[in-house]
Ligand binder design. Sequence first.
Ligand code: KG4
Ligand code: ZN
Length: 380
Amino acid sequence: MLPSTSGLILGIESSCDETAAAVVRGGAEVLSNVVASQVRTHAPFGGVVPELASREHLQNIVPVVRAAMEQAGYTLRDLDAIAATEGPGLAGALLVGVMYAKGLAYALEKPLIAVNHLEGHIHAVLLEMRQREQMLAQPTLALVVSGGHTHLYLAEEKLGTWQYKNVGRTVDDAAGEAFDKVAKLLGLGYPGGPWIDGLAKHGDQRAVPFGPVNVKQKPYRVAQTQSPRFLFSFSGLKTGVLRYVQTHAMAERIEVRRAALATIPNVKVQDALALCDSETLNLIASFQRAVVDDLVRKTFAAAEGFHAASIVVSGGVAANRELRQRFLAEAATRAMPVAFPSLELSTDNAAMIAAAAWPKFVAGSFADALLSAEPSLALG
Ligand code: KG4
Ligand code: ZN
């Protein structure tokens, strides 16, 4: 039974380095979507510093929620529910969003909804499909690929509730983490994905023959799950880039580039292009090609292995242009529909959290007063 209200949900996201709040109606209509990024704070460290992240979330949470409510044109009293990311993520960062949402829900006497961040990424796609009145063929095989995650899920809606089965994961680094570490290694900016994305098209992606990554499955794991698992590994590729840099005497050039980029205010990818020789651009292009090859190959193999009717690709790395092109090309040859979120909803945001909360709101699946942050929360 549908609820009698319009389902005006405030979503709050604070799992990593973005403090975000959004108001979404009925899991489809985005009335506001505010994101305060901490990129500038973490950039000098080339990665997220958990203590700094928590402190910034504390500073940002009130103004970000206020801005989301103002832009939506509603007051907190008008809300039907408040949703927050429960996990996975950084403990201190998650706690800020969860505790703030709990406080609001308690004070306003509104239902509180706990959302898994990974489920949120999947719902970024479902949200925009609802806006276009499109249906996603089910079951769908979802690749969630970001700075913290590289996961495959078989997802399906049954009686209004989404169910997820984890069928793949990374055994070491997440794909986005590999982008970030390789960019750092080559003296580029943070986060690394957009830099590598922007520079790769200027290089020869076959120049460095990084081969396919095959991860041996431990027999007991297969026995335990009784189903095929698709395992990713990106740390070897990162080491491959490091070895290449060492054997091709690139260290000095990298330090020159790092120092030059540090002097440019509001530095852009185009500034880095002028500081990259063809050997570096070829290395970048070959690295990106190897990551994308691996993601495409295993995702389609999983989709076929589990008889999925469609593929969803979401998370920060889903913003990558080559990744999108390759998934679309492969989808066309296999007649398998593939869906991505818009670039805005690929990286962390709270509209996806409010959208994932919508089916839970309809089902009356609310969190209790004991809700806390779950840094290692699994999905499926
Ligand atoms: O989803 P997200 O904002 O946060 C996490 O949940 O981790 O993803 C951030 C990650 C970073 O590792 C960033 O380098 C990567 O997404 N990323 C990209 C691109 N844009 C962001 N990776 C490759 N190509 C891009 N265009
Ligand atoms: Zn994310």
